[in-house]
Design a binder for this molecule. Structure first.
Ligand SMILES: [Ca+2]
Length: 481
């Protein structure tokens, strides 16, 4: 940068002196890097039907709707797990998380080098770094809190946010018990940081600043909102704007999404102001479906709607894994609805191929580059099948490209078979009519499963229970001595 400023200054001086210049300096003759900037906006625990472009009537999301209207809406967009951690591990590695045993949420413990995403995995932002991109992450991490899992050690040049699975939207309280760290401080590039006001807005402002700071060369920015994940909290004035929603819980939930949408609008505005809007590829998705109340007690959930789908967060029914999913790139994509199933593994693969990076070195990424599919160069379905695995293999699911889905969900006693194009709500089990089809799909799933390993992570509830017990016993032991 300094060198370039100097060169331009020198050229101006020479021109002012009337000295003819026949050659320009090498830095001025370098062709502009035409590779796109890439941004992923990810919502957390947002219901399928809770943005305008997927049908919300009672929540305003004008900025996302604008991206959808001018971009590619993936009608069958899936994430690779039904809850936070594994879904994010899949997105950022570009691989099924079951390949490396990431099948549950890692507990928050900065001192534990086992509770996070395998150090043998290359996250795709690291592939982008190698290809010359500047990479930033803002918001929720949830892939491990120890240093070997830290964003700055796994492919990001910049990080502002928190390492756990969620955060209070207004408060930092360092005196609180650590537990899952919802009130711990934030950090910026490894140093303690805070936020003023409402967390979602602070994350958006930081993301917009990253855009301004990195406008000159291709960048990748991962904006991982924790909104609208619990705790349900939003600014009073935004909740008041949703006074027409009777359910108090949904009123706050709606305000949380509204503020997130406005923040996305701010980042888009920053792209426009810097003149880089046209050549920035934006993805938006939720990390999993909206959590639903317990059917027996009616308690729980975040007042989200996954209509018209069955189930929610934690299920392999579409309510858990079928999410709002769009891609927007004015320079290359025409507005359209894309019909074949795609999944979040495709995002990283697309990014790395656009950057001219290496997607196949160990361990090779598993998604496809979506560009030829949405520009019409490839007309076939991108995936023969999309696969899920949970409960260490006790739950499983496969979705074929024609929309046939065969699964054993945690909430079903027996495996089921659905034909989604005629039955998006998964209400009519077709197992009895199509046993051969089911058998074939199950065999396909088993082939895929051969490359998976058992879950390596302990769930956070059990981990904290055992940790507390360990310290309790240690203290008792000391007292006895
Ligand atoms: Ca989530």
């Amino acid at each position: 940068m300094t060198q370039m400023k100097y060169s331009i200054g020198l050229l101006m001086l020479l021109a002012a002196l009337g000295i003819g210049i026949s050659a320009v300096s090498p830095s001025d003759s370098e062709p502009k890097d035409e590779r796109p900037n890439i941004i992923i906006f990810m919502a957390d625990d947002m219901g399928y039907a809770d943005v305008g472009f997927t049908g919300a009537q009672d929540i305003q999301t004008p900025n996302l709707d604008q991206l959808a209207a001018n971009g590619v809406v993936f009608r069958q967009g899936y994430v690779n797990h039904a809850f936070c951690g594994p879904s994010r591990a899949a997105l950022l590695s570009g691989r099924y998380p079951y390949r490396f045993g990431f099948e549950t949420n890692p507990a928050y413990d900065p001192a534990n080098p086992h509770l996070g995403i395998s150090v043998d995995e290359t996250l795709f932002p690291a592939r982008l770094q190698t290809a010359g991109y500047t990479t930033g992450a803002v918001g929720k991490w949830h892939l491990g809190a120890a240093s070997e899992f830290h964003p700055l050690n796994r492919g990001f040049d910049y990080f502002y946010g928190f390492l756990g699975g969620g955060h209070d939207y207004f408060k930092i309280d360092l005196k609180q018990e650590v537990w899952e760290a919802y009130k711990q401080g934030l950090e910026r590039n490894g140093r303690p940081a805070g936020f003023d006001g409402y967390l979602t807005t602070a994350l958006s402002q930081d993301a917009a600043q990253f855009v301004k700071d990195n406008k000159d060369d291709p960048f990748f920015l991962y904006v991982a909102y924790n909104a609208p994940h619990q705790p349900l909290q939003a600014p009073k004035e935004d909740i008041a704007r949703y006074a027409h929603i009777e359910d108090k819980k949904r009123r706050t939930y709606a305000a949380m999404i509204d503020v997130m949408d406005r923040g996305i609008g701010e980042v888009v505005q920053a792209l426009k102001e810097q003149g880089i809007y046209d050549n920035t590829l934006i993805f938006f998705l939720s990390d999993n479906g909206g959590p639903q109340p317990n059917p027996k007690t009616g308690k729980g959930g975040n007042a989200s709607s996954n209509e018209p789908f069955r189930g929610g967060k934690g299920n392999f029914y579409d309510g858990g894994v079928h999410v709002p999913f769009l891609a927007h790139w004015p320079a290359k994509f025409k507005p359209m609805v894309y019909d074949f199933p795609v999944h979040s593994l495709d995002i990283g693969r697309t990014a790395v191929e656009l950057a001219g990076g290496d997607p196949t070195s160990a361990h090779a990424m598993e998604g496809v580059n979506l560009v030829p599919f949405v520009t019409g160069k490839k007309s076939q379905a991108p995936h023969e099948g999309i696969f899920w695995r949970g409960g260490n293999g006790k739950q499983w699911s496969i979705l074929a490209s024609d929309g046939t889905k065969h699964l054993k969900d945690k909430d079903s006693k027996e495996p089921q078979l659905f034909f989604l194009p005629e039955d998006v709500s998964e209400a009519h089990d077709r197992m009895a009519d199509h046993p051969k089809r089911a058998k074939k799909l199950r065999a396909q799933w088993e082939d895929w499963d051969e490359q998976n390993i058992p879950n390596t992570l302990m769930g956070y509830k059990e981990y904290h229970r055992q940790r507390a017990l360990f310290y309790q016993q240690a203290i008792m032991g000391q007292e006895e001595r």
